[in-house]
Design a protein around this ligand. Structure first.
Ligand code: PEP
Ligand code: MG
Length: 567
C-alpha cells in the first residue's frame, strides 16, 4: 500500500482499478504536399470536427457546453486559421500545419504563468487540434476503449476524453499534472466524477491495472489499499451518500418584487470562471465584467488574446448578456495593481482617461470587443467618464475601429451598444448630455461613486466613516442618473459592492432602479431581498429632506444600517 498526495479537482470517493491513458505521438510525412488538396482536406476536417463538437455540446450539461463551443470557435478564428493556411501554402500537410500552429498557441498560453485563465485554454487548443489531425488521418477520436468501469490515470486529461468513453465507465480521474481549474476538472465536477490532479509522475509509472482508493475529498490516491483502508472508504462512501440526500434545494422564484415589479439580477464578474458560477446561481447575465483582470502584470494582452477571453466569457454565459467595462487602469492604477485587485483612490488618469492616452491599446481592446460581439450579446462601457469630451473621444476611436474591421473584412457587431460607468459625480450631474451624444446605457458604479462623492478612499480605513454608499448625497446623484435614463429612454443598471447589501438594494429599487449587478456570492441574498420588497412603496420619497440630519449620517433607523465600506 502506498499513498500519493495530489490536489482535489472534483470531490468524491471511489475504489477501483486504474487504467493508464497514453498519448499517441503524431507522425507526419516530410514530402511537400499539394496545397490546394490539403486546403480542401482541411476544410472538410474542420466541418467534421465542428459537427462532432456540436454533438458533444448538445449532449453535455450546461456547464460543459461552453468548452466545446470555445473549441469550435477556435476553428473559425481568423488569426489561428490564417496561420495554418500559410503553412499549407508553403507545402506542409494540413495535419502537420494544424499541429504546429496548435502547439505554438498552446505553448504560448501555457507560458502565461501569471494568467491561469490563458494557461488553461492551452489544453483546449491541443484537444481540438488533435481532433482535426485525427480526422485528417482517419483515426478514431477516442484514446481508450473500455469494457469495464475504471479509474483513469494520465498526464493531463482533455475535455473530450470524457465524451469519447461510454458514460459510467469512468469511476474517477487521476492526473500527474493538470489543474483544478482546467476544463477537464470543470467537467469532472459537473459530472460528479471524483478527480485528483498533480499526483506526480511516479504514480503514473506504477499504477496501470492496479487497485486504487481515490479519495478526492482529501486529494490523495492510495495504491494497493489494504483491507482496513478499503473498509474505511466504503463506510465513508455510505455516510457521504446520506449527507448528499439531505442537502437543501434552492427555490427558483421569478424575478418579481412582492408587489409585482419585475427586476433584473446580474453579476459583477472577472472572467469565465465566476461567470459560470454566477449563471448557475441564477444571474441573468453579467452587469459588469472587469476586463482589467485579464491583464498580465507586465503587458496588455493582444487583440487576439482579448478576443479569446471575451468569446470564452460569452460562451459560458450561454446567450446571456455581458457588459464589459474597458480597462480601468491609469498612472495611479497600474497594470500590476489592477492585476492584483488593488483599488485606487487617486484622482488621476484612470479608466477612459488613460485609455485615450494609449490609443493603440484602446483600439486593440475595442476591436477585440467588436469582434467578440458577433459571437453573442456583448455591451461595452467606459469607466471614469467625466464629461462629454471623454465620451466623444472614446466613440471616435470606436468608429475608427469599426472602419478598420470593415477594411480587414472581419465579422463584428455593427450595432453593439456603448455606454458609460457613472463613477464621477460630474458625469452624474450631466447624465442627460451623454444620452444626447448617443450613449446607449448607464451603469452606476457605487464603489467609485461613493469614494469620489464623499472624498473617502474605498480602502482607507481611517476615512471609513465618510464612505457611505447609500447616503443622501449618493441617493441624490443616483436619482439624477435614474431620472435622466428614464427620460432619455435608455436602460440603467446599478453595480458595486453596496448593491449586494439587502438594505441598500431595496433602497435602490425604490429609487426606480430595476437592474442590479452584484458580486456572485451576494446573488441569493439580493434576490431574497428584492422578492420580499415593495418596489413602489417609497417611490416618491427616495431622497430624504436635507434638513433631516448632518452631512453624512447613518441611514434613518427604519432603513437599517448603512453598508460597511468596501473591503
Ligand atoms: C464600482 O466602482 O462601483 C465598480 C463596481 O468598479 P470597481 O470596483 O471595479 O472599481
Ligand atoms: Mg469602479
Amino acid at each position: 500500500m502506498k499513498t500519493y498526495p495530489g490536489i482535489s479537482a472534483s470531490p468524491g470517493l471511489v475504489v477501483g482499478q486504474v487504467s493508464r491513458l497514453e498519448w499517441e505521438r503524431n507522425t507526419f510525412s516530410h514530402t511537400p504536399l499539394n496545397p490546394e488538396k490539403e486546403q480542401t482536406l482541411l476544410e472538410g476536417a474542420i466541418r467534421t470536427a465542428q459537427a462532432e463538437l456540436q454533438v458533444m455540446q448538445d449532449g453535455s450539461a450546461e456547464s460543459e457546453q461552453a468548452i466545446f463551443m470555445f473549441q469550435s470557435m477556435l476553428l473559425e478564428d481568423e488569426g489561428f486559421m490564417s496561420e495554418v493556411r500559410s503553412y499549407i501554402t508553403a507545402g506542409i500537410g494540413a495535419a502537420a500545419a494544424m499541429e504546429r500552429v496548435g502547439q505554438r498557441y498552446a505553448d504560448q498560453m501555457s507560458a502565461m504563468v501569471d494568467n491561469p485563465y490563458m494557461q488553461l485554454r492551452g489544453v483546449d487548443i491541443l484537444d481540438v487540434t488533435q481532433r482535426v489531425i485525427n480526422i485528417l488521418g482517419d483515426r478514431p477520436r477516442t484514446r481508450l476503449a473500455l469494457d469495464h468501469p475504471v479509474i483513469l490515470a494520465t498526464e493531463v486529461l482533455m475535455p473530450s476524453d470524457f465524451f469519447s468513453i461510454p458514460s459510467g465507465m469512468v469511476l474517477g480521474v487521476i492526473t500527474s499534472e493538470g489543474s483544478t481549474q482546467s476544463h477537464a476538472a470543470i467537467i469532472a465536477r459537473a459530472m460528479k466524477i471524483p478527480a485528483v490532479v498533480q499526483v506526480g509522475r511516479a504514480f503514473l509509472d506504477d499504477c496501470d491495472g492496479r487497485m486504487v482508493v481515490l479519495d478526492a475529498d482529501n486529494g490523495v490516491c492510495i495504491l494497493d489499499p489494504d483491507s482496513a483502508s478499503r473498509q474505511q472508504m466504503v463506510t465513508r462512501m455510505w455516510e457521504r451518500q446520506q449527507e448528499n440526500a439531505e442537502l437543501a434545494r434552492y427555490q427558483t422564484l421569478p424575478n418579481r418584487t412582492w408587489d409585482g415589479a419585475s427586476f433584473e439580477l446580474l453579476a459583477n464578474c472577472f472572467g469565465p470562471e465566476d461567470i459560470e458560477s454566477s449563471i448557475q446561481a441564477g444571474a441573468a447575465g453579467v452587469g459588469l465584467l472587469r476586463s482589467s483582470y485579464l491583464m498580465l502584470p507586465d503587458r496588455v494582452p493582444s487583440e487576439q488574446e482579448q478576443y479569446f477571453f471575451y468569446t470564452s466569457c460569452l460562451s459560458v454565459a450561454k446567450g446571456r448578456p455581458i457588459t464589459v467595462r474597458t480597462f480601468d487602469l491609469g498612472s495611479d492604477r497600474t497594470l500590476s495593481n489592477a492585476y492584483q485587485g488593488a483599488q485606487s483612490a487617486h484622482l488621476g488618469l484612470r479608466g477612459i482617461r488613460s485609455s485615450l492616452l494609449r490609443p493603440r491599446e484602446f483600439e486593440a481592446q475595442i476591436c477585440a470587443l467588436l469582434r467578440a460581439g458577433a459571437r453573442g450579446p456583448l455591451k461595452v462601457m467606459f469607466p471614469m467618464v467625466t464629461d462629454i469630451e471623454d465620451w466623444d473621444a472614446a466613440m471616435k476611436i470606436v468608429e475608427h475601429c469599426r472602419q478598420s474591421l470593415r477594411e480587414r473584412g472581419v465579422a463584428f457587431d455593427e450595432n453593439m451598444s456603448f455606454g458609460i460607468t457613472l463613477a464621477v459625480p460630474a458625469a452624474c450631474l450631466t447624465a442627460d448630455e451623454f444620452i444626447r451624444h448617443g450613449c446607449q446605457f448607464f451603469t452606476i458604479g457605487t464603489n467609485d461613486l461613493t469614494q469620489y462623492t464623499h472624498a473617502a478612499g474605498r480602502e482607507v480605513t481611517s476615512a471609513a466613516r465618510y464612505y457611505q454608499p447609500a447616503s443622501r448625497a449618493m441617493r441624490k446623484l443616483i436619482k439624477m442618473v435614474v431620472d435622466a435614463a428614464h427620460e432619455g429612454g435608455i436602460p440603467v443598471t446599478i453595480c458595486g459592492l453596496a448593491v449586494g447589501d439587502p438594505v441598500n438594494i431595496v433602497e435602490y429599487l425604490r429609487m426606480g432602479l430595476r437592474s442590479f449587478s452584484v458580486s456572485p456570492q451576494n446573488l441569493w441574498e439580493a434576490k431574497k431581498a428584492l422578492v420580499e420588497a415593495y418596489a413602489e412603496q417609497n417611490e416618491r420619497l427616495p431622497v430624504p429632506a436635507e434638513a433631516e440630519g448632518p452631512a453624512a449620517p447613518p441611514m434613518p433607523e427604519a432603513d437599517g444600517p448603512d453598508t460597511p465600506p468596501a473591503p
